[in-house]
Design a protein around this ligand. Structure first.
Ligand code: SF4
Length: 294
């Protein structure tokens, strides 16, 4: 039985894209394959210009996850992968997590209505362990109504996870990957490292309800890269996946950024020029910058 490194588990709603507002439990695993230090920077694609995250505080002295301020630059969940937060990492066996995640719900059961989201960091870096959690839920005959994986699409699917997903699908549970490739002129990630069209094709083949979720700013180069990824999924050899939905999330993890007029301009562009769906971060609009664990 595997151990999982994670930073938080909780019961709330889904705040973004498909399933927004729906009840679900969450597991935020530790570790990520990227760093996304470009988010919110003046020039996301130019590392020489980046401001540091958490420049004014000594994060080593923070002992409570809820006391971490949401940064306006870089990854808004750096506490789920950065070595700076190693002292806050938790670890449990997959059996313990399967039980404890369910216990975050009001009646200690998924009850046929509550879903589950694996997020991170990059949850698929511990996918064999996540498969074990799913298998325990199935064994207990109390499994989520739907399951989502929020991923940056850098990890190949392992046979163990594939089998666990198929077991859920056999129970008529809708499983999807929220595929959020990280763009050069938004997140500062180099395409060679961050963009893997072949993996997206594999994810969609396994879970046809998977969708693309692009975090976007007003830089046209970022929209061009997003469009090229979308078109690549529609071209050979992936052209069977023409139904992949696209969701645009305006950049910004703090409430001030979500209320900025730029959000409206980004939404207009998505709606009018691209015919792509738009998603705010509803959890930020509801709970403001006090959003960890919600
Ligand atoms: S992929 Fe997600 S968790 Fe990882 S660094 Fe980027 S924004 Fe943060």
């Amino acid at each position: 039985m595997k151990n999982v490194k994670y930073t938080e588990m909780f019961y709330s709603i889904q705040g973004e894209a498909v399933n927004t507002g729906r009840l679900c439990t969450w597991l935020r695993t530790f570790l990520c394959s990227l760093q996304c230090r470009g988010f919110g920077q003046v020039e996301p694609g130019n590392p020489d210009t980046w401001a540091e995250q958490y420049p004014l505080i000594d994060v080593k002295n923070i002992t409570d996850l809820n006391k971490i301020p949401t940064p306006s630059t870089g990854c808004d969940s750096a506490y789920s992968w950065s070595a700076q937060f190693k002292h806050l990492v938790l670890s449990k066996t997959t059996r313990e997590l399967a039980t404890d995640i369910r216990a975050t719900t009001p009646k200690n059961t998924f009850d046929g209505v509550i879903g589950h989201v694996f997020t991170g960091g990059e949850p698929l870096m511990q996918q064999v362990a996540l498969a074990e959690i799913i298998n325990f839920w199935i064994e207990d005959d109390d499994f989520p109504a739907w399951v989502g994986f929020e991923t940056n699409v850098t990890q190949a699917i392992r046979p163990e996870l594939k089998a666990a997903i198929k077991a859920l699908q056999d129970k008529e549970v809708l499983v999807y990957f929220s595929m959020s490739p990280k763009l050069l002129h938004v997140a500062g990630e180099q395409p060679k490292k961050a963009i893997h069209i072949d993996l997206m094709g594999d994810y969609v083949e396994l879970c046809p309800h998977s969708y693309l979720k692009f975090v976007l700013n007003e830089d046209q180069r970022a929209w061009d890269q997003a469009k090229s990824i979308y078109l690549a999924l529609k071209a050979e050899p992936y052209r069977v996946y023409t139904d992949v939905e696209v969701w645009v999330m305006p950049v910004g993890g703090v409430i001030g950024q979500q209320l900025d007029p730029a959000v409206g301009r980004i939404a207009d562009k998505a709606i009018q020029e691209y015919q792509w769906n738009v998603s705010p971060r509803v959890h930020v609009l509801i709970w403001g910058d006090d959003q960890i664990g919600r």
